[in-house]
Design a protein around this ligand. Structure first.
Ligand code: VGL
Ligand code: ZN
Length: 210
């Protein structure tokens, strides 16, 4: 069992319509994270939601790169970038949180990916690995020192956020049963090797207690 304390935070990542079945970038079983997230949330005093929040012409969309298709990779100024179907466009239904997600106690909604030229998987740093979202400063000022992660997708936004938490020297624990993966070209195996190398822990929601 792992006891949750007042300096722990649950970071609920991108549980939005577009990442759930029927959405533009649907993750298989995406909506199945909701029940475990609700169970996990009962243990936490502090909850933060992240919301993927792209402009209509976002650079991560295959549709803005002539001749390119979703899930292809290209080189941008900051390095390799996977291209996605248009998803989580600001103000659209697809960008809204899944209607069954009920976390009214959440203290912050952190939007990311709103710069047209830069994608942001991580809740801490955008994909150029230098532009900060402000979350590190927020956690520091609030004395939140250990990060538990859940949501979508395990091998992208959840995983990148966990790795960045470790880079900031914060303990990071992914609640594996409260995540679902995209699993594109071995992305799960690749990021799990990084989890081991950087000390990201995996746990299940049933392992938590108050
Ligand atoms: C995500 C791909 C593109 C995610 C967001 O939430 O994991 N993946 N945008
Ligand atoms: Zn996105």
């Amino acid at each position: 069992m792992m006891k949750i304390t007042p300096s722990d935070v649950l970071l609920v990542t991108d549980v939005q319509n577009d990442f759930c079945p029927g959405g533009a970038l649907a993750v298989r079983g995406g909506n199945a994270v909701i029940d475990p997230i609700h169970r996990a949330a009962q243990n936490f005093q502090h909850i933060i939601l992240t919301q993927d929040w792209h402009t209509p012409d976002h650079n991560s969309f295959a549709s803005v790169h002539p001749g390119k298709k979703p899930f292809e990779q290209i080189e941008l100024s900051y390095g390799p970038q996977t291209l996605w179907p248009d998803h989580c466009v600001q103000g659209t239904l697809g960008a809204k949180f899944h209607p069954e997600l009920q976390l009214t106690r959440a203290e912050l909604i952190l939007r990311k990916g709103f710069r047209p030229a830069i994608d942001s998987y991580s809740a801490f740093f955008e994909n150029d690995r230098t532009t900060a979202t402000g979350l590190a400063g927020y956690l520091r000022e609030r004395g939140l020192t250990r990060v538990f992660l859940a949501g979508l997708a395990y091998d992208y936004c959840v995983g990148y956020s966990a790795l960045d938490a470790r880079r900031l020297d914060l303990p990071a624990v992914i609640l594996r049963d409260a995540c679902r993966a995209i699993d594109l070209n071995g992305s799960v195996a690749a990021i799990e090797r990084e989890f081991v190398a950087s000390g990201v822990q995996l746990m299940n929601t049933a392992d938590l207690s108050r």
